[in-house]
Design a protein around this ligand. Structure first.
Ligand code: CA
Length: 222
C-alpha cells in the first residue's frame, strides 16, 4: 500500500485528488490544515505528501520547513494556486521535490507522483507496470501499447484513457468518471470528448475491447 497524504483545505480539490489516487491503487489521507499536516506527515509512514501552500494555520512553506527540520524525508509535491517564481524557488529550496500550480490535470499530478515514488524506490514493487486485456498490453513504464509484436501509437490522452479502462476491467465507467480521471476536474461535463477518444481506442486496439453500456458509460471487456 502506497500511502499519500494530501494537505489541502479546499474540499473539492482534496476529494478530486483523493478519488483519483484511490482509483489508481494508492491510499490517500486528507489533512485540512497546517497542524494536522504536521502531525500526520512526521512519523506515520506516508510515502509522499501533496502540499498546498495556502493552508489554514500556517503557511505551507513553514510546514515544509518543519517537516524537513524534523528529519522526515518523504517526497513532497507542492500543489498551489501561487504561480510566482519566488514561491516556486522557495518551495524547492525548502525541500520540496516538485511544484505544480493550480489549475492542474490529474494525469499530470499522477505522473509526477509516480516519478517521485519511483525515484525513492518505493513504487516498483507496489505498482503493476504491465496491464493486459485480450491481446493488448499496456506497459506503464515505457507508456507503450502493443498488440503482439506491433507497437500501437497512443498519444498521452489516449494512453491515459486506455490505462483507466485497463485498471478497471469489467467495471462500468461513466463519462464523468472518465472526464475526471483523464481530462481533469475543470473540463466541460457536456463535452463528447470521451466518446471521441473511445472511438480512437476502438480503432487502434480493437472494436470489441471497450463496450458501450447504454445510458451508463463504457466498460472494458474482461
Ligand atoms: Ca488552500
Amino acid at each position: 500500500m502506497t500511502q499519500i497524504l494530501i494537505a489541502e483545505d479546499e474540499p473539492r480539490i482534496a476529494s478530486f485528488v483523493a478519488k483519483g489516487l484511490q482509483a489508481n491503487g494508492f491510499t490517500p489521507t486528507i489533512a485540512v490544515d497546517a497542524q494536522e499536516t504536521l502531525s500526520l506527515a512526521i512519523g506515520n509512514g506516508f510515502d509522499l505528501l501533496i502540499l498546498d501552500l495556502g493552508l489554514p494555520g500556517k503557511d505551507g512553506l513553514e510546514v515544509l520547513t518543519e517537516i524537513r527540520g524534523q528529519g522526515a524525508n518523504l517526497p513532497v509535491i507542492i500543489l498551489t494556486a501561487r504561480d510566482d517564481i519566488d514561491d516556486k524557488v522557495a518551495g524547492l529550496e525548502g525541500g520540496a521535490d516538485d511544484y505544480m500550480t493550480k489549475p492542474f490535470r490529474f494525469e499530470e499530478l499522477l505522473a509526477r507522483i509516480k516519478l517521485r515514488l519511483r525515484n525513492s524506490n518505493l513504487a516498483a514493487s507496489q505498482e503493476e507496470m504491465i496491464l493486459k486485456a485480450g491481446n493488448v498490453v499496456l506497459d506503464l513504464r515505457s507508456r507503450k501499447a502493443t498488440i503482439g509484436d506491433r507497437i500501437i501509437d497512443l498519444p498521452v490522452r489516449e494512453f491515459t484513457l486506455a490505462e483507466t479502462f485497463f485498471r478497471h476491467p469489467g467495471q462500468i465507467l461513466s463519462r464523468e468518471q472518465l472526464l475526471d480521471r483523464v481530462w481533469g476536474y475543470d473540463y466541460d461535463p457536456g463535452s463528447n470528448i470521451v466518446d471521441v477518444y473511445v472511438g480512437y481506442l476502438r480503432k487502434k486496439l480493437g472494436s470489441k475491447l471497450i463496450e458501450t453500456v447504454r445510458g451508463m458509460g463504457y466498460r472494458l471487456r474482461r
